[in-house]
Design a protein around this ligand. Structure first.
Ligand SMILES: [Zn+2]
Length: 267
C-alpha cells in the first residue's frame, strides 16, 4: 500500500516515471499503486486530457500482466527463486551476465544466403524493426498492436510464434515436414531445440533451412500486410517456404533431395 506508482521500481527494472516520461508529465506524480486500482483493475486520473498514444497502450499491456494481492507490500530479490538475497546467487547472476557466453547468437550457416543469415542474427538479438521495438526507441507510431491480428503487441515472439498467422504457418510446416514443432516460449528456443535435436547432418541441415525460410516468410508476409502492397498471397505462403528453402539448400549444399521428394517428405 506504500508503493509509489511512478517513482518506485515495482514493475520492470526502472521507475515508470522514467520509462513512460511523457505519460508521467500528464499524471498525478505522487500517487500510490493502490490509488490506481479500482475494482481489481487499473484506472487512470490525468492532470490534463488523457494521452491517447502507443505509450499508454504499452503501459496498459504491461500492467495487464501484473497480479496484485490484497496484502502489505514487501521487497523481493527477484534474482533468487525464493525472493531472498544471497551472496552466492548474486555472484552467479553477475557471472552469467558479464562473462562471455557461448550461446551462439552470431551463428552463420553456409546453407542459407547472407541476407537470411543477417536476418537470423537480427532476429535472435531482437533487433528487427517491429512496432514494440520502434516504440521502445521512442519513434512516433500510431499503435503497437500487430497488424495481422490486432490482438497482441507486435513483439518479436508474438509475430513469429504466438500470432494466429504464425501458428497457422507453423502448423502447415509441421504437417509437411512430419515433425511436431514444440510450443516454444521464445524464438531463441527454436534454435536451441534445433541444436539439441539428434539426427544426421543432412536432416539437421534441411531442418535449419526450413526453419529459417519459415521465419523469413513470416516476416515478409507481415511487412507486406503492413505496407499494403499485397504482393504475397497468404494462401501460398507454404509454397514460398518450400521453394525458397529448397533453392537455398540446392544451391549451397549436397543435402537437397529431388524436388518431388522435397515437397512430399523433406526430412
Ligand atoms: Zn498478431
Amino acid at each position: 500500500m506504500t508503493t509509489r506508482f511512478w517513482h518506485d521500481v515495482w514493475i520492470g527494472n526502472e521507475p515508470l516515471a522514467s520509462r513512460f516520461n511523457r505519460l508521467y508529465l500528464d499524471a498525478r506524480p505522487n500517487c500510490m499503486v493502490a490509488d490506481r486500482i479500482i475494482d481489481s483493475s487499473f484506472s487512470w486520473e490525468w492532470l490534463r486530457n488523457p494521452p491517447v498514444s502507443c505509450r499508454l497502450q504499452h503501459l496498459t499491456l504491461e500492467l495487464a500482466l501484473v497480479t496484485l494481492r490484497d496484502e502489505d507490500d514487501i521487497w523481493r530479490w527477484n534474482i533468487e527463486p525464493e525472493g531472498v538475497f544471497t551472496v552466492r546467487g548474486t555472484k552467479t547472476f553477475l557471472d552469467d551476465y558479464y562473462l562471455p557466453s557461448t550461446h551462439t547468437k552470431t551463428r552463420w550457416s553456409n546453407h542459407v544466403p547472407g541476407k537470411a543469415n543477417v536476418f537470423v542474427w537480427r532476429l535472435l538479438l531482437d533487433r528487427l524493426p517491429n512496432r514494440l521495438n520502434l516504440s521502445f526507441h521512442g519513434l512516433p507510431i500510431d499503435t503497437i498492436f500487430c497488424p495481422s491480428c490486432s490482438i497482441g503487441g507486435e513483439s518479436r515472439d508474438h509475430v513469429f510464434l504466438f500470432c494466429n498467422v504464425a501458428r497457422e504457418i507453423w502448423h502447415g510446416i509441421s504437417i509437411w515436414s512430419d515433425i511436431r514443432w514444440q510450443p516454444f516460449d521464445s524464438v531463441n528456443d527454436i534454435f536451441v531445440w534445433l541444436d539439441s535435436k539428434p539426427g544426421s547432418i543432412t536432416k539437421k541441415s534441411r531442418m535449419f533451412c526450413i526453419v529459417v525460410s519459415t521465419l523469413w516468410w513470416i516476416w515478409r508476409l507481415l511487412s507486406d500486410t503492413l505496407f499494403g502492397s499485397n504482393t504475397i498471397k497468404r494462401c501460398s505462403i507454404l509454397d514460398y517456404i518450400r521453394f525458397s528453402s529448397y533453392s537455398w539448400l540446392k544451391a549451397r549444399s549436397k543435402f537437397a533431395p529431388s524436388w518431388n521428394t522435397w515437397i512430399t517428405h523433406p526430412l
